[in-house]
Design a protein around this ligand. Structure first.
Ligand SMILES: Nc1ncnc2c1ncn2[C@@H]1O[C@H](COP(=O)(O)OP(=O)(O)OP(=O)(O)O)[C@@H](O)[C@H]1O
Ligand SMILES: [Mg+2]
Length: 355
């Protein structure tokens, strides 16, 4: 099971909690502001080194404290490991089996997880960056070496942009093009491959949740009928004016085609959530197959925005995945799972397991 034991100290309203997770289904319920999302946020932090609510670290440390500490015992394929995170004004400190190198990428490898929260529809309706991150996450888990390529690309982009901003001479900027294009193409190939690997899961999950065909198209961030090198050459003047590179994988998007029309504009909020859930579940399924281990899926108030039929379909797909699930709810909705589930009650930041 992905997470066996988990403890939290001074994270948000959680002073000190500890829990033993069920390998399959866990439900955390409690009133508004009791600390449900904070528990999932802490778990999310342990697997990503950042808050899924996008909050800065200072907001995460419990008021009046100087640091938070998270610890998890993780199991994958019979191998146990301990994952620890401490965050204070000195920054993030990651420890995996006592080793302190690796940072957020090491956390993502040790505790791969996906999250469905009430803002999940942003994956469909929000900015392209979220969808790029989505594809990058899949690529990270299905392709060795993708992270390295991605990091090198980010560095090349930063350097080219710095040259543009500082008003460097044209030959200096052109000097960055070859490396930039080479790495851009590798990122592009990596993302297209990730989408290809996930395409069947995306198709089936989309069909299962929405009852209709959903297609996804990757747009690389420059015109398809021109090489990136040509594009950079033509847009050089504009790049100089803007002080940043206008074409490349940092401008890519994943276009969602739903009923032959663009999902982003046409679907209702509930449908957007279902579509986004289909994406999250398909990513989970794809990574699980590549890593040959079950992932952790965090569901924060899955019932929000969904009618009872849609919720049923969502939970049905979740159960088919065979992953470990930790869900939150305002009520003691054990029927969400219709099978054995470990139930935890949270109140004023304290968590207690129910018999
Ligand atoms: N840094 C912090 N220190 C102490 N308390 C905090 C901190 N950040 C947030 N809180 C408080 O934690 C409480 C729990 O928030 P959380 O979002 O986890 O609640 P929730 O149970 O998910 O509520 P809801 O049902 O409304 O989603 C809130 O009252 C919030 O004000
Ligand atoms: Mg909440």
């Amino acid at each position: 099971m992905p997470i066996q034991r988990f403890s939290v100290k001074d994270f948000r309203c959680l002073a000190n909690i500890e829990f033993e997770a069920d390998p399959r289904y866990n439900l955390i319920y409690g009133a508004n502001a009791s600390g449900k999302t904070s528990v999932l946020e802490a778990l999310g932090y342990l697997g990503r080194g950042k808050s899924f609510r996008g909050a800065p670290t200072t907001n995460l440390i419990r008021h009046g404290q100087r640091e938070f500490v998270l610890f998890g015992r993780v199991e994958a394929g019979g191998r146990h490991s301990s994952v620890g995170v401490r965050n204070s004004s000195n920054g993030l400190e990651v420890r995996i089996d006592g080793q302190s190198d690796g940072g957020a990428a090491a956390l993502a490898a040790a505790l791969p997880l996906q999250i469905v929260d009430p803002d999940v529809h942003e994956l469909v309706a929000g900015a392209p960056e979220q969808r790029r991150r989505y594809l990058d996450w899949i690529a990270f888990h299905v392709e060795h070496g993708y992270l390295d390529v991605w990091r090198r690309f980010r560095r090349a982009l930063k350097q080219r942009n710095a040259a543009l901003k500082s008003g460097a001479a044209i030959p200096t900027i052109r000097g960055w093009n070859t490396e930039f294009v080479e790495l851009a193409q590798q990122v592009d190939t990596g993302r297209r491959f990730a989408l290809e690997v996930a395409s069947q899961a995306l198709h089936e999950t989309g069909l299962g949740l929405l009852g209709s065909e959903v297609r996804f198209e990757y747009r690389g961030g420059w015109s398809e009928d021109r090489s990136l090198l040509d594009t950079l050459e033509t847009s050089l003047e504009r790049d100089v004016q803007q002080g940043s590179t206008q074409a490349g994988p940092h401008r890519a998007d994943l276009k969602l085609i739903y009923d032959e029309r663009q999902a982003r504009r046409l679907v209702s909020r509930g449908q957007q959530k279902l579509l986004a859930c289909a994406m999250v579940l398909a990513a989970t399924e794809t990574a699980q197959a590549a890593l040959e281990r079950p992932l952790l899926l965090l569901l924060d108030d899955p019932a929000a925005e969904l009618d009872s039929d849609a919720l049923l379909r969502l939970m049905g797909r979740v159960k088919d995945l065979g992953c470990q699930v930790i869900a939150t709810s305002l009520q003691r909705d054990t029927e969400l799972f219709d099978r054995e589930v470990a139930v935890f009650h949270v109140e004023h930041g304290e968590l207690e397991r129910e018999a």
